[in-house]
Write a protein that binds this ligand. Structure first.
Ligand SMILES: C[S@@+](CC[C@H](N)C(=O)[O-])C[C@H]1O[C@@H](n2cnc3c(N)ncnc32)[C@H](O)[C@@H]1O
Length: 214
């Protein structure tokens, strides 16, 4: 599928509302949140991600920050770039779109590494990226299937990933009554966002994450 094509077929537009966003509009929208998009640890979820036009643009901005801060030390670049990837999430109802988004993000990780270091990244790095994407880019119904969707919140601690699993349904339920600035009854002492994780995993070295089978 061509990334620049905005419409794949009339049937997909009619059935799934699939009109992909052009690069110029993607970049203009991300410019509105440019500081967040450039931060390595800001988390973005696109609940109708298509083949990844927004997710790849967000990752590109994050990787520019990682390169600027960590390029001199390839091991740190690897950890931080995998963490940046782990902060990007997507859902799409069409399996080919979810897979295309995963593939594009994997290639982007590889290409950026090759551009910086003039060599292919180690297989463990790509395997880690694929594992993260298998968790973060979900094929599902973001409107009527939220109970079936889980996400991992990844945190980076001394070269290790901490993983906490959340039900997407809990997250959306927590946000259902969220007023504009995120406080119940206008009271800043009462935050309403209180989803609880359903599972936590043992710490694991970032570059070993691709070896997991759970
Ligand atoms: C307008 S396109 C936007 C795609 C992408 N966000 C972009 O801007 O390029 C809408 C996308 O939502 C997906 N979609 C439609 N209904 C959905 C649902 N209930 N849950 C998740 N994805 C859905 C479609 O498959 C399509 O890829």
């Amino acid at each position: 599928m061509s990334e620049s094509k905005q419409v794949i077929s009339a049937e997909r537009v009619a059935e799934y509302g699939e009109v992909l966003t052009a690069e110029r509009e993607v970049e203009a929208m991300l410019d509105l949140v440019s500081a967040e998009a450039a931060r390595i640890d800001s988390r973005f979820l696109e609940p109708a991600c298509g083949n990844g036009n927004f997710l790849t643009a967000i990752l590109r901005r994050k990787l520019e920050t990682v390169a600027r801060l960590y390029k001199v030390k390839p091991s740190e670049y690897q950890e931080q770039s995998l963490f940046a990837l782990a902060c990007v999430y997507g859902i799409d109802i069409l399996p080919d779109n979810a897979q295309a988004a995963r593939d594009r993000l994997t290639e982007q990780m590889r290409d950026k590494y090759k551009t910086l270091y003039k060599t292919e990244p180690a297989e463990a790095y790509l395997k880690a990226a694929r594992y993260i994407l298998s968790k973060n880019i979900v094929c599902g119904d973001a409107l009527n299937g939220v109970e079936k969707i889980s996400f991992i919140q990844w945190s980076l601690i001394d070269g290790n990933f901490k993983r906490e699993e959340y039900k997407f349904g809990h997250l959306t339920a927590s946000c259902a009554d969220l007023p504009l600035f995120g406080f119940a009854d206008g009271d800043p002492e009462k935050p309403v966002y209180q989803a609880k994780s359903v599972k936590t995993y043992p710490l694991i070295s970032v570059l070993k994450i691709g070896e997991c089978d759970d």
